[in-house]
Design a protein around this ligand. Structure first.
Ligand code: ATP
Ligand code: MG
Length: 417
């Protein structure tokens, strides 16, 4: 089908360069789904017939870096944007197994777990090894052709259905993180699961315990990096998955503390969506943790946070909620800083070292969010507290805005799979 989709200039350039070098290349995955749903994609993923080494040859070592072990791919920087360029894959041979019988135990179900997903294939094979039909559309921005190799992606986008590609039970056994990904689509877009996908998911929720904590942490980072994390958490809870993902939050569901956590997160999401403040994962974590900290300190919701014991309480709460997932320690530390700075705000002090601190902007934003949720005047809070004195260079850049030199070339777990 021919269609004109608004693709970023960088993504178009990467696809064109790969095609000019003689490879097949498309925009794939979530970006096409988002564009067809008339949403702005947060990034553009590219699928191609070139291997990671060939991709690096096309773009050169300075612009292309191979990452990942379980799922190798190339990060390509072009026109100031970063793209994940993956090679077409086919389903790994060892997964041509049958799903475990209904009522089997976790151990039997775990036999289908994929440990490595690096067998190259064709574009069609690549579409069929993807998770859901709505995520398996390919688009060629050069000739405007849209490919729906599973034959159901477009119809499922129209009917807002999450349908696992192939045998849903086997697909969840191969990779339990797919269950979380299915429910993200439910939370984010109000999609419904088709009945076979839903039944397989209900019977396999427990498998999430086998998923790698670092992959779950990456998904959590994406959830808190979006402006619909509260909706994702609700979907996880409604389907019983939260118990295996963030058990502490599940345990407190439907309590005033958890309701307040969702309210604070929602307020942060609205402000992010309206462009009133930048995206910060640790700020989202601090929003969720704050009511638990208030509870631990024995203060009423919305009361000033006392400085005594605040740091210890914040640390204990964050560890309890997020550390079982091996959530990056850096994020936990910066969420802790945001929470402990609330006590300084609440005492009405603003020492110079506070607002020159790297955490000051996020802590100030949490203070504004609290005012909005607790019936205060967020605008007044905004006026009352000075804007940061110094703009800190973004992470990975030095104070001249130039990229910091990388010290290690150790492959990282990829955010994509
Ligand atoms: P988001 O908006 O969160 O980025 P996305 O669908 O683009 O959503 P990515 O993690 O960027 O998610 O993955 C890109 C694509 O890779 C997906 O759309 C899907 O086609 C495929 N994919 C990702 N994870 C898996 C998985 N676990 N199993 C199979 N295919 C996957
Ligand atoms: Mg994506």
């Amino acid at each position: 089908m021919k269609i004109n989709l608004p693709i970023s200039p960088g993504a178009r350039h990467v696809v064109t360069a790969l095609q000019t070098a003689g490879y097949e290349a498309y925009i794939v995955g979530g970006a096409i789904r988002d564009l067809l749903l008339e949403r702005t994609p947060k990034d553009f993923d590219i699928g191609c017939s070139a291997t990671p080494e060939e991709v690096r040859q096309v773009f050169g070592r300075r612009s292309a870096r191979i990452i990942g072990k379980r799922f190798r791919l190339t990060h390509v920087t072009c026109k100031g944007e970063l793209f994940e360029v993956s090679t077409f894959r086919k389903a790994p041979a060892e997964t041509a197994a049958a799903p475990a019988k209904e009522g089997s135990d976790t151990e039997e179900m775990a036999e289908n777990l994929i440990l490595s997903d690096n067998s190259w294939g064709t574009a069609v094979e690549d579409a069929w090894r993807r998770d859901f039909t709505v995520n398996a559309l390919f688009y060629d921005p050069v000739d405007g052709q849209l490919y729906d190799h599973t034959g159901m992606g477009l119809a499922d986008i129209k009917s807002r259905t999450v349908r696992a590609i192939g045998e849903p039970a086997l697909r969840f056994e191969e990779d339990p993180v797919r269950m979380l990904r299915a429910l993200k689509l439910v939370g984010q877009f109000d999609f419904t699961l088709d009945s076979a996908t839903e039944n397989a998911l209900f019977a396999r929720l427990e498998l999430l315990k086998l998923a790698s904590p670092s992959r779950l942490a990456l998904e959590l980072e994406k959830i808190f990096g979006s402006c619909c994390g509260d909706r994702h958490l609700r979907a996880f809870h409604d389907y019983g998955l939260l118990e295996y993902f963030l058990p502490e939050l599940n345990h407190c569901w439907d309590t005033p503390v958890m309701d307040r956590a969702l309210e604070l997160l929602y307020e942060r999401n609205c402000r992010l969506d309206e462009g009133r403040y930048r995206n910060s994962v640790s700020l989202a974590m601090a929003c969720v943790a704050l009511p638990f900290v208030e509870e631990a300190l024995g203060i009423a919701p919305g009361d000033p946070v006392p400085s005594r014991k605040c740091g210890g309480a914040a640390n204990a709460v964050l560890e309890k909620i997020f550390l079982p997932l091996h959530m990056m320690i850096r994020l936990n530390l910066s969420a802790e800083k945001i929470l402990t700075l609330q006590a300084i705000f609440d005492q009405g002090k603003c020492p110079r070292e506070l607002y020159t601190s790297r955490s000051y902007p996020n802590a100030r934003e949490l203070k504004i969010i609290r005012a909005a949720v607790d019936g205060g005047d967020p605008e007044q809070t905004d006026r009352e507290w000075p804007l940061p004195l110094v703009e800190h260079a973004p992470r990975g850049k030095n104070s001249n805005g130039k990229p910091r030199r990388r010290r290690s070339r150790k492959p990282k777990e990829t955010p994509q799979e």
